[in-house]
Design a protein around this ligand. Structure first.
Ligand code: ZN
Length: 315
């Protein structure tokens, strides 16, 4: 099968072995996949991952449990052991024995086929297109901000970092009715935010210490520093991006301002599918380009361009 593989060097091959199934796994034929910033980090060495990349996808079940055959599905990326204390507490995404699709000891979705436990699958309703369904995983991650931090129409919220994930978070937060602004540097995200009726601002336009909640999607020390400036005393900073390296941060100010710092990772797929089914999230405007899996290297290069939004792989 065709696959985009990282083994210290990124290559696209056409002779990778189709995975064989074990346990309750389903064989998924990938229909479409999306490139995430995490994929770009993995090929720079993040997680020391080796194998097929890719964790944003929509697929069709072609083998495995009979009740899943022929279904169009998306799949959660954390493969839990189902036996540890965190699994017992209903937090399989933090399972102590988990592997992660396309990121940590589990093959990914930038390939014709992927074997994945049926427990992780969700059926995609007809009203959600293949394009939109490739956004389920990052949209679920965006929704996790509201799962872990209460945000109401009276909340003053700022999002820093208007890339792929930041723009999904902005759309999700708009649905809460909160008093929302998004810090932007580029014209493209500014025009998308305008289109969605979400205020786009520059850092200089914002008063210091005035936001109850700041969501930092930059993954940079500068982003966290800005968040620390903007958040009011006893406010909350939500960290919504893995950081490149180990950034320096002024933790004394976290102490003095009594700031809550909340990490947030994977989120609810069912809710993401429902929002997409209801047309509440605009994914189409966020698609920059499509490439066939055979041109995967070109697709990764495109995705790495400054300001690039979603690049999709077709099969
Ligand atoms: Zn577990």
């Amino acid at each position: 099968m065709r696959a985009m593989v990282f083994d210290g060097k990124l290559t696209c091959v056409d002779d990778y072995a189709v995975p064989s199934l074990s346990g309750d796994q389903a064989l998924l034929r990938i229909r479409r996949a999306g490139i995430c910033n995490t994929d770009l980090e993995l090929v720079k060495g993040y997680m020391n991952y080796r194998g097929i990349l890719g964790h944003e996808f929509v697929a069709e079940v072609v083998d495995g449990p009979a009740e899943w055959l022929g279904k169009r599905v998306v799949g959660e990326i954390n493969v839990a052991d189902g036996t540890c204390d965190l699994c017992a507490r209903g937090i399989p995404s933090q399972c102590r024995g988990r592997t992660t699709v396309g990121m940590d000891r589990h093959p990914g979705a930038f390939a014709d086929y992927l074997a994945l436990t049926a427990r992780n699958l969700h059926v995609v309703p007809d009203e959600v297109s293949d394009d939109a369904a490739t956004f389920v995983e990052p949209l679920a991650a965006a929704l996790q901000v509201t799962e872990l931090t209460p945000i109401t129409p009276s909340s003053r919220v700022i999002v820093i970092g208007a890339g792929k994930l930041g723009l999904l978070i902005a759309q999700v937060l708009k649905l809460t009715g909160a008093d929302l602004a998004v810090v932007v540097r580029r014209d493209r995200p500014r025009s998308l935010l305008d289109q969605w009726g979400i205020p786009a601002v520059t850092l200089e336009e914002l008063p210091a210490e005035h936001a109850q909640i700041v969501v930092d999607v930059t993954g940079s020390a500068e982003g966290f520093e800005s968040a620390l400036q903007l958040v009011e005393p006893r406010g909350t900073i939500v960290l919504k991006s893995t950081y490149v390296g180990l950034p320096q941060a002024d933790l004394t100010r976290v102490v003095v301002k009594e700031v809550n710092v909340v990490g947030s990772r994977c989120g609810p797929f069912d809710a993401a599918l429902r929002l997409l089914g209801q047309g509440l999230i605009d994914t189409q405007s966020m698609i920059d380009a499509r490439y066939s899996i055979e041109d995967g290297l070109e697709a990764m290069e495109h995705s790495a361009r400054p300001g690039a939004l979603k690049v999709l792989l077709t099969f």
